[in-house]
Write a protein that binds this ligand. Structure first.
Ligand SMILES: [Zn+2]
Length: 90
């Protein structure tokens, strides 16, 4: 059974403080995350192995954005998101 069957996917945004490497301005950016929420009940047709996997499965989210545009009007450069974890358990 595909592990994805254990989760309900949705998108969410969360603010993060990021430091622009060009102008050094720290701003809050709303980053997009893919939220994988574990479903309450194991899907029908699960076998022993699926049950074990399901028991260990945890809700988590994965960062979708990898770049942001600097909010400083005089800079406006795109920079890589760094310094934050790109997956997180929720
Ligand atoms: Zn900047």
């Amino acid at each position: 059974m595909d592990e994805r069957a254990f989760y309900r996917e949705s998108e969410t945004t969360k603010p993060a403080s990021l430091n622009c490497p060009y102008c050094r301005t720290v701003e809050s950016y709303d980053l997009r995350w893919l939220l994988r929420k574990k479903i309450e009940q194991i899907p029908r047709g699960a076998d022993e192995r699926d049950r074990a996997k399901f028991a260990k499965a945890l809700s988590y989210m994965v960062l979708l954005d990898d770049k942001v545009m600097c909010k400083n009007m005089r800079c406006r450069k795109r920079f890589d998101i760094s310094g934050i974890k790109t997956t997180a358990f929720v």
